[in-house]
Write a protein that binds this ligand. Structure first.
Ligand code: DQA
Length: 147
């Protein structure tokens, strides 16, 4: 049984659908999870889709990915812009990493233009809303097929 792709979501992403819908869209995180699972299933892959508001829990999950995941797709939310701990965990995991954002962070405030996650990521997908999760699954499928 191939290992699942961990799709990890950080702080405030549990509020998708109600939180600033003009920026993040009207789909809930459960909707996004279903989309992500469906795309993975169509490509013969499995997904472990999770969300936490806690930096340490995300670090624990990234450490778990080292043993239990084929790759990591990470929307770290605001921790993208602040967390060296998440960067260190990603580097330690030694798995392919795709950084993901619903919004185009480069059209937004300057403090969102820097990402610690990017330093560990093979690529970044941002600005395509919930569709970005499907794009990230496709990109991860390509990465894994090339290994
Ligand atoms: C986000 C962008 C971050 O800057 C923000 O803090 C989030 C969500 C996105 O998906 O667009 O919480 O990662």
């Amino acid at each position: 049984m191939p290992k699942p792709i961990f799709v990890l979501n950080g702080p405030n992403l549990n509020l998708l659908g109600v939180r600033e819908p003009a920026i993040y869209g009207s789909e809930t995180l459960a909707d996004v999870g279903r989309r992500t699972q469906a795309r993975a299933q169509a490509l013969g892959l499995t997904v472990d889709f999770r969300q936490s508001n806690h930096e340490g829990e995300l670090v624990d999950w990234i450490q778990e990915a080292r043993e239990s995941a084929s790759g990591v797709i990470l929307n770290a939310g605001a921790l993208t812009h602040t967390s060296v701990a998440i960067l260190d965990a990603l580097n330690a995991a030694e798995k392919p990493v795709i950084e993901l954002h619903l919004s185009n962070v480069f059209r937004r405030e300057a403090f969102r233009h820097h990402s610690y996650v990017s330093a560990a990521a093979q690529g970044v997908i941002c600005g395509f809303g919930a569709k970005g999760y499907e794009l990230a699954i496709e990109a991860m499928a390509n990465i894994l097929a090339g290994r």
